[in-house]
Design a protein around this ligand. Structure first.
Ligand SMILES: NC(=O)c1ccc[n+]([C@@H]2O[C@H](COP(=O)([O-])OP(=O)(O)OC[C@H]3O[C@@H](n4cnc5c(N)ncnc54)[C@H](O)[C@@H]3O)[C@@H](O)[C@H]2O)c1
Length: 323
């Protein structure tokens, strides 16, 4: 197996740390660049070189010895982006511009970027394909879409080999790498906080959606399946092209199904609190992952919701013991 050297921006965060661990296991050399704004030093997997710094200053560290960059560093709270949009344009868009310039300067010509389902906004139809209209409903989604456009231009003009992976709902954990967002906004860790006694109940925002049980349906993808897609994307990236792939299981689970699964996995009754619908919450967000299967040869192997929840629960309990 040929070994490569990769820069992982945001590798102290949830997804970046899991991908960094997979790269190391595959025998690659990994440098994590992270400013710890939302990440954790202890999240960086053992074996990776750690640089505490910002992507805005990537030119200080990138040199021609790198074979590519996996770019996770970003702010990603939808609500915060609505209240403070400039924070998102500055970091996500401005930061990536600086990173692309640093890559160009160092002659590093391969990029895998964390894009998001939020680039699509309200789906016109489901499952969502990559040709669906992009109409983000938040500055967060808009900032990620702007970066996707920036990368397309970079590939066409300067020969960058690029893949954007548009994640749907990432969940689960991988050993000591898992979700530690603060504030937490993702459903599975929030429901697990109820099981841990850290919150009294789980708010269910709307139960009158046109779905089988009336609650919103989302596509949950195990973070380890997602990580495998990144390694395949590094192999598939071709000079001068920008491939965009959705990453999801193609299977939706409702909020009620998630809560019920957490009850089964944890044995906790998990009280629910009914709450009104939230603005901008589509009824169903499910990915078509056909492009990822076809172009990357990717196949998720951990699509079972109980397994995803069990891994997240094991991580949450380990964290609790460490505190
Ligand atoms: N978690 C999900 O469900 C999900 C879904 C879709 C897309 N994404 C995208 O995946 C990526 C990773 O998400 P995550 O859930 O792991 O988030 P996270 O907040 O855990 O990780 C992001 C990391 O980037 C770092 N960072 C932020 N700005 C930086 C900067 N300017 N310079 C250096 N480091 C910086 C943070 O400190 C953090 O460690 C993000 O780009 C996010 O938009 C995540």
């Amino acid at each position: 197996m040929s070994q490569h050297k990769y820069l992982v921006t945001g590798g102290a965060g949830y997804v970046g740390s899991v991908v960094a661990a997979h790269l190391l296991e595959a025998g690659h050399e990994v440098t994590v660049l992270d400013d710890l704004s939302t990440g954790f030093r202890e999240g960086v997997p053992a074996g990776a070189t750690f640089i505490e710094g910002r992507i805005q200053d990537a030119a200080r560290w990138l040199d021609p010895s790198y074979d590519g960059v996996l770019h996770f560093a970003a702010f990603s709270q939808v609500g915060e982006s609505v209240a403070d949009p400039e924070k998102y344009w500055t970091n996500n868009v401005g930061g990536t511009m600086a990173l692309l310039a640093a890559m160009r300067g160092a002659g590093v010509r391969k990029l895998v970027f964390s894009s998001t389902a939020a680039t699509y906004g309200e789906p016109v139809s489901t499952p969502i394909t990559e040709t669906a209209p992009t109409a983000p409903t938040s500055p967060y989604g808009a900032s990620k879409l702007a970066v996707d456009h920036m990368i397309s231009g970079e590939s066409a003009a300067h020969g960058l080999a690029a893949v954007s992976l548009r994640y749907f709902n990432v969940a689960g954990a991988y050993g000591t790498c898992g979700e530690r967002h603060d504030p937490e906004s993702h459903l599975i860790p929030l429901v697990l906080q109820v099981a841990q006694g850290r919150r009294e109940s789980i708010a269910v925002y709307g139960d009158d959606y046109p779905t089988p049980d009336g609650t919103c349906v989302r596509d949950y993808i195990h973070v380890a399946d997602l990580a495998e897609a990144h390694l395949l994307a590094l192999d598939a990236a071709a000079p001068g092209t920008h491939l965009i792939c959705n990453l999801g299981n193609g299977n939706g689970f409702s909020v009620r199904e998630v809560v019920e699964t957490v009850r089964k996995v944890t044995g906790h009754p998990i009280p629910e609190t009914p709450a009104p619908r939230r603005a901008g919450d589509p009824a169903v967000l499910v990915a078509s992952a056909d492009t990822a299967r076809e172009k990357l040869g990717w196949k998720p192997s951990r699509a079972d919701l109980a397994g995803i929840v069990a891994d997240a629960w094991a991580f949450a309990r380990r964290e609790e013991q460490d505190v």
